[in-house]
Design a protein around this ligand. Structure first.
Ligand code: ZN
Length: 656
């Protein structure tokens, strides 16, 4: 294995794995490298938590398949084996048996008899059996989960009108109905509390002997085995913190993991937001709530990173002008922030990804998620430069733009400006979009319920789109001229109207919040600009293309929709949110869908991408002290997954 940096690695199913480069790591001081190393160990030791959160059979199925996969002397060339290998790789990628984006359960593609024949070759002590369970009983219990498509069919069900908890396979609730969970958390709400914790964030809600109770994820609680490992490495990290402020932040996080107290988590979050000087930064915890249909429970994730000093200049300029952007937005003045506070932004270089950020990762992050902390203390916003770079390098010249972009004119715009405008749109989305606007004092922050995430993403995207076409960005030297924004408008509309559909199976609806948001925006402006033919679908050689006839009029429509979306959010207007999302962002035109998928398939590209982490190698002197940390890029996805399964497997197969 050579330590060469590769841009692309393997492809399987609908996935492609990319290596990302940690530019600048070698130039860090030894103390900084140690900090990154300890934090990356803390990141990797939490990985099993997400598997269990995503479904209660995931760890057992993964461990069983890994035991089979590493058997000696099995024929690795048969169709059954190849199908099983792909199934295992997809489980590794999704952190469970459901697709990471569509939430549908994977079809294994091999037979139960085949699996049984392999299981009998594994030493029983290497199988994740329950105490006293025979191998036959194990198969009896697990096989329906793998092979029966009606069992645990969806990780996350968001279909209006069904019980979203009882029909979702994720492991955030056990034996609890949607209405029971809703009233459980409704009862905890205190409308006079100006600083409410995020109820339910770090626990599983279960019903035992008819009584609802929370099993808290903490040291001494649920997931303690993983959390204690995380704590061990966080304590080491604290000793090499860059400064006192950062040491206190780490200490607060340690205390949160030790107590499970959500007030502690808020205290940690506030200190974390205020630490903007440290070069190295990280998240490690229960952060995003997309995986819970009710939006209470947070999946576990971690990222360790350090500031990219050059690129951060761009986001600094945006942040410094945050108040100008807020004041000039097309939103009703009642819904604007009078003082935009603490919009800090930076471009970071990811050093390790784990949990819900691995292998598929966000490219921009804005935290914390607590509404009151955001409005009182602000939020920290980042774009992850080395991940977007890896995406761009992989996309370069893959034939996609040639197939889907209307004409040479648009292609030239995209070639010239798309990399730049795409970064800028992400910055605007993260630094300004999510942080803008206020709720009316009487509005319940959870009023939009299952539509909340889509509306929030649409709000942030629209804020970015609206300003992308503003001459202010040229004045600030963020865009070179008044043409560049068109590249972003074109690719955004093309994606929202057509090309994001390549990620969806025929016959399925849009489910994921970011995808729904893009469709919502694109189809709303298409619809409202129809009369003036602002955006249109055009046929060429029986292929469908998007053409934008009036870019400035399109900008006005983005502004109109931003004003309406902000009103919905500020007033907590559930009915309007529902109407908008259901009308524009869920259903797909089956004819267009089929055409787009067909054209895309001919290009032989993978709709989803994920990342392979670098490997950090600690070099120690003869006393065992760390004397250097080396970075290694040569690991394949399978090698990495087997190593993580071997070295970072913290949780027992069953956690309850
Ligand atoms: Zn966002």
């Amino acid at each position: 294995m050579k330590n060469v940096f590769q841009y692309t690695d393997e492809k399987f199913a609908d996935l492609q794995l990319l290596h990302y480069k940690v530019e600048g790591f070698e130039e860090l001081t030894l103390k900084q490298k140690k900090l990154i190393y300890y934090l990356s160990e803390a990141a990797l030791y939490g990985r099993d938590i997400l598997f269990d959160q995503n479904g209660k059979y995931n760890l057992r199925i993964r461990k069983m398949l890994e035991a089979i996969y590493t058997l000696n002397g099995i024929d690795r060339k048969t169709d059954d084996f190849i199908a099983m290998e792909i199934y295992l790789k997809r489980i590794w990628f999704s952190n469970g048996i459901h697709h990471h984006y569509s939430y549908d359960k994977f079809n294994p593609g091999f037979s139960a008899d085949y699996l049984r024949s392999l299981i009998t070759m594994v030493e029983p002590k290497k199988l994740p059996l329950q105490i006293g369970q025979s191998v036959d009983d194990f198969c009896e219990e697990i096989f329906p989960v793998i092979f029966d498509p009606t069992i645990d069919a969806k990780k996350l069900n968001q279909s209006e009108g069904e019980d979203l908890l009882l029909t979702s396979a994720s492991n955030y609730y056990d034996g609890v109905s949607q209405s029971e969970a809703e009233s459980f958390y409704e009862a905890q709400k205190d409308s006079t509390d100006k600083t409410p914790v995020m109820y339910g964030l770090n626990s599983r809600l279960v019903k035992e002997m008819g009584v609802l109770k929370e099993k808290v994820w903490k040291s001494g609680g649920l997931y303690a085995e993983a959390i204690d490992k995380i704590l061990y490495w966080l304590k080491k990290a604290k000793d090499v913190a860059e400064n006192e402020k950062q040491a206190v932040v780490i200490q607060e996080l340690i205390e949160f993991y030790e107590t499970g107290n959500l007030k502690k988590f808020d205290e940690y979050s506030i200190l974390w937001v205020k630490d903007v000087e440290s070069r190295i930064d990280f998240n490690n915890g229960f952060i995003e709530t997309y995986g819970d249909p009710l939006g209470f429970k947070a999946s576990w994730e971690s990222i360790v990173n350090f500031k990219d000093l050059v690129a951060t200049h761009r986001t600094d300029v945006i942040s410094k002008n945050a108040q100008w952007f807020e004041d000039h937005s097309p939103v009703d003045s009642r819904f604007k922030k009078k003082n935009v506070k603490g919009v800090s932004a930076k471009v970071i270089t990811a050093a390790i990804l784990s949990g819900d950020l691995y292998p598929a990762s966000a490219i921009g992050i804005n935290l914390p998620n607590s509404n009151w902390i955001r409005s009182v203390h602000g939020s920290k916003s980042v774009t992850i430069g080395n991940l977007t770079d890896a995406y761009k390098k992989a996309a370069h010249g893959n034939g996609f733009m040639k197939e889907f972009v209307y004409s040479q004119t648009e292609r030239e715009l995209i070639d010239k400006y798309d990399d730049l405008t795409d970064d800028l749109h992400t910055d605007l989305h993260e630094c300004l979009g999510h942080g803008s606007g206020v709720l009316l004092p009487s509005t319940d922050p959870d009023a939009l319920k299952s539509y909340g995430a889509t509306i929030e993403e649409a709000r942030a995207d629209l804020f970015g789109l609206y300003y992308m076409g503003d001459s202010k960005l040229v004045d600030l030297n963020l865009l070179p001229n008044r043409e560049a924004y068109k590249a972003q408008y074109y690719t955004y509309m093309m994606n929202g109207l057509m090309t994001q559909l390549v990620r969806i199976d025929l016959g399925k609806d849009l489910e994921e919040a970011h995808m729904r948001n893009r469709a919502l925006i694109a189809y709303w402006v298409y619809d409202h600009g129809k009369e003036k033919n602002i955006v249109e679908f055009v046929k060429k050689d029986s292929k469908t293309f998007v053409r934008i006839n009036d870019y400035m009029a399109l900008r006005c429509l983005f502004g109109d929709l931003l004003a309406e979306i902000q009103r919905i959010k500020s007033e907590g207007d559930y009915e309007s949110a529902k109407k908008l999302v259901e009308k524009y962002a869920v259903k797909i035109d089956p004819v267009l869908h089929k055409e787009i998928k067909g054209r895309y398939e001919k290009l032989n590209l993978s709709p989803y991408k994920g990342f392979i982490n670098p490997k950090y190698i600690a070099e120690r002197d003869k006393d065992g002290d760390l004397k250097d940390v080396k970075i290694f890029y040569g690991e394949s996805f399978t090698e990495q997954m087997l190593r993580y399964g071997r070295d970072y497997s913290t949780l027992p197969p069953i956690n309850d």
